[in-house]
Write a protein that binds this ligand. Structure first.
Ligand SMILES: *Cc1c(COP(=O)(O)O)cnc(C)c1O
Length: 435
């Protein structure tokens, strides 16, 4: 069988039997086969090499197959790929926890390892609820979230996603009711009238007695609209949570590990949340792993309450292979000139993508750190733009009106230019054809 027939066979099977993210089966647009990866390059089924503009959804921050991370994974496989975490512990978990405690905002000193971002958010919500039960204030059991938020696909997290555009409105009737504040005003460096903060405070004033915690994504709201907002808002949220005795959960699953230009987006506002979740880039995009961190105060309260334990424990908790991978990825990041790399990407994205805002059909172009977003007026052009981009040699995955890219921090300059040229050309061509 030749290569093309072989892949047609595979894709046919995939179409008949396998779910993809947010997909039907079969998919109206079949998935594209991938053979291998190296650095920022993806080799597709037809042997075309394309530049990766997505970092596999924020995760592959060093590109693919980074030699140092690969070696650490191989060494750990030989030593101990997995061991249960109930009653046992191991160096990879301890070494990873050390790094996370050191690198995250001061005061987050307890770590819970989970398998995916959604599960780490489930644990964050659970720990917040259990905190108030332990304090004998069980009426504080509602979540306050802000609109345009995205926190995952499981049941507790669906309930704190944006109730309209959060992909889960189908389930609104069976989800626990959360309270929603308006989204923060858009813009990282805007002068604001702070009306969004006032509206948030009004809600807290009325409802704080029944609110366990506020959840938000610091500085960048990801899947809920790729919206950037100002550090002053985040600072105000921290102050209001303290004032109204509501726990603050910062979801850094997308923003963590440098993506916005700070190691964690909370640093833009110099705040420590009570609870923080991380995932996506934690292992450099090599294995699924996430974590929840919280303060000693929260963990002490729970451990002194009834039943005195945190009621959660995934089977593959703190998987040694995932921990070793995360340690290697974090060390590669910290030992690299990541601030300079991200500043260079930011400058490049601004220079190359900003002129697109002049085009008819483009609503906004925005760049922060190693994230570039082109927001269109129409929400139906994504598939065409993706296809055109691929022809031009780059892989992106548009979402509704949003054409966006977040390349690996170490993407070579030539490949970064290939990526932005491909995106620019694809957006221009498809918009012209659509007029
Ligand atoms: C991706 C994401 C999640 C969910 O993580 P999964 O690993 O997909 O479960 C939660 N919150 C934010 C902000 C995310 O970007």
């Amino acid at each position: 069988m030749n290569n093309s027939d072989h892949w047609q066979f595979l894709i046919d099977f995939d179409q008949q039997h396998i779910w993809h993210p947010y997909s039907s089966s079969p998919n109206p647009i079949p998935p594209i086969g991938v053979k291998k990866t190296q650095g920022s390059l993806i080799t597709l089924a037809d042997n075309q090499e394309v530049v990766d503009g997505m970092s596999s959804w924020w995760a592959a921050i060093h590109g693919y197959n980074h030699p140092t991370v690969m070696q650490a994974m191989k060494d750990q496989i030989d030593q101990m790929p997995h061991i249960m975490f109930g009653g046992l512990t191991h160096e990879p978990a301890i070494e990873l926890a050390k790094r996370l405690i050191k690198l995250t905002p001061a005061g987050l000193d307890k770590v819970f390892f989970a398998d995916s971002g959604s599960v780490s958010m489930e644990v964050a919500i659970k720990i917040a609820l259990q905190y108030w039960i332990s304090k004998d204030r069980p009426v504080k059991n509602k979540m306050l979230s802000i609109r345009n938020g995205y926190h995952g696909d499981t049941f507790a997290t669906m309930a704190v996603c944006d109730p309209v555009n959060g992909m889960h409105h189908l389930f609104n009737d069976v989800l626990r009711k959360s309270i929603f504040a308006p989204a923060p005003q858009m813009g990282f460096d805007i002068q604001s009238d702070n009306s969004d903060i006032e509206e948030l405070e009004a809600i807290l004033k009325d409802h704080h007695h029944e609110i366990a915690a506020l959840t938000l994504e610091p500085i960048v709201q990801g899947a809920g609209g790729m919206r950037f907002y100002r550090p002053a808002y985040l600072q105000a949220v921290r102050e209001l949570c303290t004032k109204y005795d509501v726990l603050m959960i910062a979801d850094e699953i997308a923003t963590g590990f440098g993506r916005t230009g700070k190691l964690f987006a909370c640093e833009w506002a110099e705040i420590t949340p009570d609870i923080m979740t991380i995932g996506k880039a934690l292992t450099g995009g090599n294995l699924t792993m996430a974590a929840m961190l919280c303060t000693d105060e929260i963990s002490n309260t729970i451990c002194q309450g009834e039943p005195g334990v945190l009621m959660h424990g995934p089977t593959f908790m703190a998987n040694p292979l995932a921990c070793a991978t995360a340690i290697a990825s974090i060390d590669v990041l910290i030992n690299s000139p990541w601030q300079d790399n991200i500043a260079n990407i930011e400058q490049h994205l601004k220079t190359e993508l900003s002129p697109l805002s002049e085009l008819e059909g483009v609503k906004d172009v925005r760049v922060l750190g190693a994230i570039g977003v082109i927001e269109l007026e129409r929400n139906d052009l994504g598939p065409q733009i993706q296809a055109a981009c691929l022809e031009n040699g780059a892989w992106i995955r548009p979402f509704g009106k949003l054409i966006y890219t977040m390349p690996a921090f170490n993407i070579p300059a030539g490949e970064l230019l290939q990526l932005t040229d491909a995106v620019k050309q694809a957006v221009k061509t498809v918009l012209e054809e659509s007029l």
